[in-house]
Ligand binder design. Structure first.
Ligand code: PLP
Length: 365
């Protein structure tokens, strides 16, 4: 078969970036705006990089309507490092050992639970594990602690394909910490409902190596004394994310993505496109029982769509045929098997349509 003319990359992360962003980065690679330097070669304290940083920060603030009493931190270490950094920064609020409430909805909240146990008592207030992580347990069933340091949720489970369709309402005393790594900027959110939002960049923002943390200012006072300085949110905030050298090139690319999102109409416009993309794909998977997605419809992720072939002996053939058509990285996570199509902001509607055409063709429809 001839080389496919167009490639669509369904990787869960690191994932597809907008083509225009990569083209601009390529054009600016050797000489950023007449500075004579690549962004990679600039001092993070020089005026050129400071302007890149400030523009990225203010564009993100605008895109997510981040209220003024929240700080935006550009950190490193990924989502997994935050699983330790968060308790180190928050459990100092309470007599030790503090308790953290968790909702267990899949692999990523599971990892967060495991790590938090090193720093605090963990109360799993609800879990969908017995149901194969097919949704979010209804809030009425949660057994929350009255004096938890915080409640941790993963609002989009990247591996299991489960996304919250509601914001928990647990009163003002306990802050909600939300892992939004794989759906930040894909839909409108009300930042003021959360104490902390964090996200690794490599799903919907930019290159791996950058982690975003959005934290309400009053929560900067609750760190444990042993919290490492480079991971101490208050220290990082006081130094405008430059306590140590930040991941400068990743911040630059993230900034290009933010500017690109603004040009496309912002988060509201992305959300409309994402709804349409997800509708198309789930409709094709549901058309008959050739394919199967096991998540309850209300909690199906708009970003990560895991599915199984009824006849799993066809898996290799399915993947080879997809690759021949330029549909890449559709293999499911090793822990669940099957297939997974991640359709982040940067996946165009045409990419989803190409996948749907292939799903129909392969199923002999
Ligand atoms: C990818 C991901 C992470 C982990 O990110 P790393 O950068 O590999 O540490 C955490 N949470 C969610 C929901 C993710 O999708």
């Amino acid at each position: 078969m001839a080389q496919p003319t167009q490639i669509f990359n369904f990787s869960a992360g690191p994932a597809v970036l907008p083509r225009e962003v990569l083209q601009q980065a390529a054009a600016e690679m050797l000489d950023w705006h007449g500075s004579g330097m690549s962004v990679m070669e600039m001092s993070h304290r020089g005026p050129e990089f400071i302007s890149i940083y400030q523009q990225a920060e203010s564009d993100l603030r605008e895109l997510l309507a981040v209220p003024p009493n929240y700080r935006i931190l550009f950190m490193q270490g990924g989502g997994l490092a935050q699983n330790a950094i968060i308790p180190l920064n928050l459990v100092g609020c309470c007599p030790q050992p503090a308790t953290i409430d968790f909702i267990h909805t899949g692999s990523w909240s599971g990892k967060s639970i495991k790590e938090a146990k090193r720093y605090a008592n963990v109360n799993v207030a609800a879990s969908s594990e017995a149901n194969g992580f097919n949704g979010v347990p209804p809030q009425e069933s949660w057994r929350l602690t009255s004096h938890a340091a915080y409640l941790h949720i993963c609002t989009n489970e990247t591996i299991d394909g489960v996304e919250y369709d509601f914001v928990p309402d647990i009163g003002p005393r306990t802050p909600i910490v939300a892992d939004m790594s794989s759906h930040i900027l894909s839909r409108a959110i009300d930042v003021s409902k959360y104490g902390v939002i964090f996200a690794g960049a490599q799903k919907n923002i930019g290159p791996a190596g950058l982690t975003l943390v959005i934290v309400r200012e009053d929560l900067l006072e609750d760190a444990l004394p042993i919290c490492p300085s480079a991971f101490h949110w208050k220290t990082v905030a006081e130094h405008d994310s430059m306590f140590n050298t930040p991941p400068t090139y990743a911040i630059y690319i993230a900034g290009l993505v933010f500017a690109h999102l603004k040009k496309q109409g912002g988060v509201a416009a992305m959300e409309q496109r994402n709804i349409e993309k997800a509708r198309l794909l789930y409709e094709a998977l549901d058309a008959d029982d050739f394919y199967q997605n096991r998540v309850a419809p209300a909690y199906r992720s708009r970003m990560n769509v895991p599915f199984f072939l009824r006849d799993e002996s066809l898996n290799d053939k399915f993947l080879a045929g997809a690759k021949a058509r330029g549909l890449l990285q559709l293999k499911g996570h090793k822990s669940v098997g099957g297939m997974r199509a991640s359709i982040y902001n940067a996946m165009p509607l045409e990419g989803v349509q190409a996948l749907v055409d292939y799903l129909n063709e392969f199923a002999g429809r």
